[in-house]
Design a protein around this ligand. Structure first.
Ligand SMILES: C[S@@+](CC[C@H](N)C(=O)[O-])C[C@H]1O[C@@H](n2cnc3c(N)ncnc32)[C@H](O)[C@@H]1O
Length: 351
């Protein structure tokens, strides 16, 4: 089977309209350089390397930048694999297709994409909606320059800029659709005010508790958006400024101990609700020991039977209330989680 067809076949349930875009816009044009995980780190791969096409035309994530450092690819090419954390990647194609479908962007819509990365997703949008309808931004100037070049080589000329997605992108607002391909702790109100009434926002909420949610919102009135969480878990890389802070050493503030019957299980739907109610809170596990930590100094430690909490907020109480809420509603799937974003912030409840 031809490379592109192999990729299109792996897209799963993606609609014919978007399949056609995946067929027309080659992934390889945006992945002339990327990283492949190998023993000892990440190896630098370039177009033309043995196995290049089979790596690119596969339904998998391909890291393109490590540790925010664009020069590491050249370094790895010369000296061998580098260690580090991927900070930009070409997302899994089937997930991109699912998100494009859920976003419901059609010709005539104006779209803002937050997280340009390679530019491939922006190219798919340009192919279907026309370049004039698409704005794409990324915080990383080196990535933006490379993406702009790759887009232009295929004749796509969307607005591509270096900007912090936390603020949306006021110059080209309003948008009918806003798509974030990086994750946020909570949905910024700026996105809501920059979308048209009836417009949609699809984002990923970064899962410090490991639950990772993807809310799809509709703007119901100026400055107000409401919607629910999609069934798919979501583990996009967070906005740069919202990466997990180094929370160790753990707070030494005194704690209060009591019994608990709740145990955090990131696969359970109620954990997704808890995560939305505990933005920026990290969970760590070691056997039955679980810790919840926040940079404001709040902490909770459970040994499975008892929990000790300290600092300004009782994080375990919030976790337990999400569990209680979920039980009281008949233990629904995560799609029952509703979200509203307005000028007072982000609010969650179960339908
Ligand atoms: C998963 S990649 C996006 C993939 C991209 N859509 C593609 O088709 O290749 C996430 C991107 O989000 C970007 N990013 C991180 N923080 C950001 C921020 N505050 N504003 C805008 N982009 C950001 C990263 O630089 C990274 O390129």
């Amino acid at each position: 089977m031809e490379d592109t067809e192999r990729l299109v076949a792996a897209l799963g349930m993606v609609s014919p309209e978007w399949r056609e875009a995946f067929r027309a816009v080659p992934r390889a044009a945006f992945l002339t350089r990327f990283f492949r995980p190998v023993a000892g780190g990440y190896a630098a791969i370039a177009a033309g390397d043995p196995g290049f096409a089979s790596m690119v035309y596969r339904d998998s994530v391909l890291p393109t930048e490590i540790d925010d450092d664009d020069s590491l690819w050249d370094y790895a090419r010369e000296h061998g694999p580098v260690d580090g954390v991927p900070t930009s990647s070409s997302s899994q194609p089937s997930l991109m297709g699912m998100m494009l479908d859920a976003l419901g962007a059609r010709p005539g819509h104006r779209v803002l994409e937050i997280g340009t990365g390679t530019g491939w997703n922006a190219a798919l949008l340009c192919h279907r909606l026309g370049s004039a309808a698409v704005t794409t931004i990324d915080i990383d100037a080196a990535l933006v320059a490379r993406a702009r070049e790759a887009l232009a080589a295929l004749g796509f000329t969307p607005a591509v800029d270096v900007a912090d997605g936390a603020n949306g992108y006021p110059p080209n607002a309003p948008y009918d659709r806003i798509l974030a391909t990086c994750a946020v702790a909570t949905i910024p109100h700026a996105w809501v005010t920059q979308a048209t009434v009836g417009g949609r926002i699809l984002a990923s909420i970064y899962g410090h508790l490991g639950a990772g949610t993807m809310p799809l919102l509709e703007v119901t009135a100026p400055g107000v958006a409401e919607g629910h969480v999609l069934a798919t878990g979501s583990y996009f890389m967070p906005l740069r400024a919202q990466r997990l802070p180094d929370l160790l050493p753990r707070s030494s503030s005194p704690g209060v101990t009591r019994p608990t019957q709740v145990y955090l299980d990131s696969a359970a739907p109620w954990s997704a609700l808890a995560e939305l109610r505990l933005p920026g809170v990290a969970a760590t596990n070691s056997g039955y020991d679980q810790w919840l930590l926040h940079s404001d100094g709040s902490w909770a430690h459970s040994d499975g039977d008892r929990v000790t909490q300290g600092g300004p907020r009782r994080l375990w109480d919030i976790l337990e209330s999400a569990h209680a809420d979920w039980s009281a509603h008949g233990r629904p799937p995560r799609t029952a989680i509703h979200i509203r974003v307005d000028q007072t912030g982000q609010h969650t409840w179960l339908a």
